[in-house]
Write a protein that binds this ligand. Structure first.
Ligand SMILES: Nc1nc2c(c(=O)[nH]1)N[C@H]1C(S)=C(S)[C@@H](COP(=O)(O)O)O[C@H]1N2
Ligand SMILES: [Mo]
Length: 417
C-alpha cells in the first residue's frame, strides 16, 4: 500500500538514510568515530569486535565469490564448502579468503613494485613488468591451506577463525620463481630467512602496524615451486587473494604466502615480523594434553603442513543410491601422497581409491572411487591419505593451543538407498 502523504523520492523520509560506501569503508578501517549515515553510534563501544552495523549488511563483502561461508567480515574470512571444492583446479570465485587486516587502498598492477633487500648483494625494486621480462614466467597448480583449517573441531576450542574443512584451495598461478628473483639479487651467505611484507592495512588503521608479516627458511625460499604470482587461473589475482602480486608457498601454512606483496626482506636471523612469535602459527615442541597452557618458549614455528585429504563428492548429508561415485583431493607439505583409502564402515575396512600424481610439484592430488552399500541406511565415507614417508591421517586431533594442523580424516555422511 502506498502512503500518499509521503513525498516520492524523498530520502529524508526513511527511518535512517542509506549508509554510503564511504561510511562503511571508514567503519571497517576503524578510523575515528564510526557513523552510520552521518549519525553517531552512541553505544559503539559495546559493538562486539568483528561486528559491522547491520545497516551495512546489504553490501556483500564476498562480492563475486561463489557459495563461500563467511566467518567474519572485519577482517573478511570465508571458507569453501567441501562439495564446492570438487574441481581439479579451484576456480578463483571459490578460492577461500583469509585476511588478517584490511585490503590496501590501491591494488593497481600499474605502478606496483616489489623490493628485494636485506642480506643480498644487489638490492632491487622491480615492477610487475620487470618481473615478467627479466625472469622465466611459469604457470603451476599450487595448493594453499590455512594453518588453522579444521580448527572448528578442537575440543577444548581454540580461538581464531572456526574453519571447518574449506580453508584450502589449489588454483593455477602464473608468475616467476622466488628462487630466480633471489638469485638475481644475490643471496649472501649470512642469509637464513625471508621476511614478507604486504600492503594490507592493520585493523587499527595505524600505518605503522602490519596485519601479518611472515617468512620462510632460506632453503625453502630457494625451492623451485615457490612463486611470486601475478595471475590466478588465467586472469588477474582476485583483490581478496592478494592482487596484484603475492607469494605462493605450497605445502606450508597459508600465512607464508604473503598477499599484496611489496617487499621480500632477506634476513640473517629468523624473521620477527607480525605473527612470527608468541603463539601465532606456532605449535608445542612436544605433544600436550588438550587444554594445556603452553609457554611461548616451548612453541616452535610451523613448517610443512601434515598429510590430509578431503571428500568433495558426495556432499555431506546427501541422499544417494546404493552405489555412488566418491572423489576428492589429497595433499601434504613437502612430500607426495602415495595412497588414498576410503572406508564405509567407520574405519573397520579400507579400499584403495584411484589416485592421480600431482599435475606438478606443489599441486594437490585428485582421487576417485566408487562404493556400493550393502543395504539402505546411514553411512559415512571416510578418507585417509598416506604420504611418501608412510605417514597417514589420524582419527583424532593432535591438540595444540591455537588450533593448527588438524589433519584428522574427513567424514561425509550419506543417506543411501
Ligand atoms: N598480506 C597478507 N598476506 C596474507 C594474509 C594476510 O592477512 N595479509 N593472510 C595469510 C593467510 S593466514 C593465509 S591462510 C593465506 C590465504 O590466502 P587466500 O586468502 O588467498 O586464500 O594468505 C596469507 N597471506
Ligand atoms: Mo592462514
Amino acid at each position: 500500500m502506498t502512503d500518499h502523504n509521503q513525498p516520492e523520492h524523498d530520502d529524508t523520509a526513511n527511518a535512517i538514510d542509506t549508509p554510503d560506501r564511504e561510511d562503511r569503508r571508514r567503519f571497517l578501517r576503524g578510523a575515528g568515530v564510526a557513523t552510520v549515515a552521518g549519525l553517531a553510534i552512541p553505544f559503539a563501544s559495546n559493538l562486539p569486535a568483528g561486528f559491522v552495523p547491520a545497516a551495512f549488511a546489504d553490501e556483500n563483502p564476498l562480492g563475486d565469490k561463489d557459495g563461500l561461508t563467511l566467518l567474519g567480515d572485519r577482517p573478511v574470512n570465508a571458507e569453501t564448502p567441501a562439495h564446492l571444492l570438487d574441481d581439479a583446479i579451484t576456480p578463483t570465485e571459490r578460492h577461500f579468503i583469509r585476511n588478517n587486516g584490511l585490503l590496501p587502498d590501491n591494488m593497481e598492477a600499474d605502478g606496483w613494485t616489489l623490493t628485494v633487500d636485506g642480506f643480498v648483494d644487489n638490492p632491487m625494486t622491480l615492477s610487475i613488468a620487470d618481473l615478467r621480462s627479466n625472469f622465466e614466467v611459469i604457470t603451476r597448480a599450487l595448493h594453499i591451506e590455512c594453518g588453522g583449517n579444521g580448527r572448528a573441531a578442537f575440543d577444548p576450542p581454540a580461538r581464531g577463525n572456526q574453519w571447518t574443512v574449506g580453508a584450502v584451495a589449489c588454483s593455477e598461478w602464473t608468475g616467476v620463481r622466488l628462487k630466480d628473483v633471489l638469485e638475481a639479487a644475490g643471496v649472501q651467505a649470512a642469509a637464513v630467512y625471508t621476511g614478507h611484507i604486504g600492503a594490507d592495512i592493520h585493523l587499527s588503521g595505524d600505518p605503522d602496524k602490519q596485519p601479518l608479516s611472515r617468512g620462510i627458511p632460506i632453503e625453502k625460499a630457494l625451492d623451485d615451486d615457490v612463486m611470486i604470482a601475478f595471475e590466478m587461473n588465467g586472469g588477474p589475482l582476485h583483490p581478496m587473494n592478494g592482487a596484484p602480486l603475492r607469494l605462493v608457498v605450497p605445502g606450508w601454512p597459508g600465512s607464508c604466502s604473503q598477499k599484496w606483496l611489496t617487499r621480500i626482506w632477506v634476513r640473517d636471523v629468523v624473521h620477527d615480523g607480525e605473527k612470527m612469535g608468541g603463539q601465532s602459527y606456532r605449535v608445542p615442541a612436544y605433544p600436550v594434553a588438550p587444554g594445556t597452557d603452553v609457554p611461548n618458549e616451548d612453541m616452535v614455528i610451523m613448517g610443512p603442513m601434515p598429510v590430509k585429504s578431503i571428500v568433495t563428492f558426495p556432499e555431506n548429508g546427501a541422499a544417494t543410491g546404493l552405489a555412488t561415485d566418491v572423489r576428492g583431493h589429497a595433499w601434504v607439505g613437502d612430500r607426495t601422497i602415495e595412497t588414498l583409502e576410503i572406508s564405509i564402515d567407520f574405519g573397520a575396512t579400507w579400499t584403495q581409491a584411484e589416485l592421480d600424481a600431482p599435475v606438478n610439484k606443489g599441486a594437490w592430488q585428485n582421487w576417485r572411487s566408487s562404493v556400493t552399500f550393502p543395504m539402505a541406511g546411514y553411512y559415512e565415507i571416510w578418507a585417509r591419505a598416506t604420504d611418501s614417508e608412510g605417514v597417514s591421517q589420524p582419527h583424532a586431533i593432535a591438540w595444540n593451543p591455537r588450533g593448527y594442523n588438524n589433519n584428522s580424516m574427513h567424514r561425509v555422511g550419506v543417506m543411501a538407498g
